[in-house]
Design a binder for this molecule. Structure first.
Ligand code: NAP
Length: 247
């Protein structure tokens, strides 16, 4: 029996990077997966990859920051799948810049996607989770939400907010059999980090005790653990997966 046999998972930001890695890891573990992304072609491609692993998949193009779109998507997902067991709030963006030059638009885009998006998606499934008296909520935060970072005030605020949100949801829903945890990745090699310059990467590497950058697989494994039956007693936690960068 696979750890997620016949479970149904919703993964936001599943079109690329960490979200794609989690969607495929969950499929390997026996789950059917709803792949949500902004770009239809990306979510459709990953849904095909999930089907290639022998599981059912649905692809949706949704902007997680759009309340009407998320609410409609939540209803459609529940109608199409019948139930949802696992929600991974992974969709996220950066709009880096020093505070003095940070526009309100860049602040809002990051907060709306990374924090509001997780709130809206969680709200879309929370009643169903409470009714079925089970559910796993996994929010992809960041070590930046724990330690802050010059040039990322918006991103750090969104991820610190996501951690506070996770703990509150864990307290509200624990009695209903629902767990909520956050993963705080360090530096993971994806499109998001590919834009950073080589000097910065060299500097970062010096601060990572294991001496290498993280891979999507590293985060996917952590998500699989938090979704699996063995993590039933783990809630309200932040699992840092960063090669020891923050300790
Ligand atoms: P990525 O490669 O840039 O992929 C981001 C994914 O999120 C894409 O599928 C994108 O959709 C989707 N997305 C972005 N905005 C969205 C929106 N408004 N609505 C729906 N989907 C949206 O990023 P990543 O590196 O995999 O990061 C995934 C998560 O991990 C993020 O929350 C990020 O903050 C977090 N994280 C990453 C790192 C790292 O080092 N990479 C470290 C710590 C935390 P499209 O494909 O349609 O564009």
């Amino acid at each position: 029996m696979k750890p997620l046999e016949n479970q149904i998972a919703v993964v936001t930001g599943a079109g690329r990077g960490i979200g794609r890695g989690i969607a495929l890891k969950f499929a390997e573990a026996g789950a059917d997966v709803v792949c949500v992304s902004r770009t239809e072609a990306n979510s459709a491609k990953v849904a095909d990859e999930v089907r290639g692993l022998g599981r059912k998949a649905w692809a949706l193009a949704v902007d997680v920051a759009d309340p009407a779109a998320v609410s409609a998507a939540g209803e459609k997902i529940l109608a199409d799948t019948g139930r949802v067991d696992i929600l991974v709030n992974n969709a996220g963006v950066t709009r880096d810049g020093l505070l003095m030059r940070m526009s309100e638009e860049d602040w809002d885009t990051v907060l709306d996607t990374n924090l509001r998006g997780a709130f809206l998606f969680t709200k879309a499934f929370v009643r169903a989770f409470a009714r079925q008296r089970s559910g796993r909520i996994i929010n992809i935060a960041s070590v930046i939400g724990l330690m802050g970072n010059a040039g990322q005030a918006n991103y750090a605020a969104s991820k610190a907010g996501l951690i506070g949100f996770t703990k509150s949801v864990a307290k509200e829903l624990g009695m209903r059999g629902v767990t909520a945890n956050a993963i705080a990745p360090g530096f993971v090699e994806t499109d998001m980090t590919a834009v950073l310059n080589d000097d910065l990467k060299k500097e970062l590497l010096k601060r990572i005790p294991v001496g290498s950058f993280g891979q999507v697989e590293d985060i996917a494994h952590a998500a699989l653990f938090l979704a699996s039956p063995g993590a039933r007693y783990v809630t309200g936690q932040v699992l840092t997966v960063d090669g020891g960068m923050v300790m």
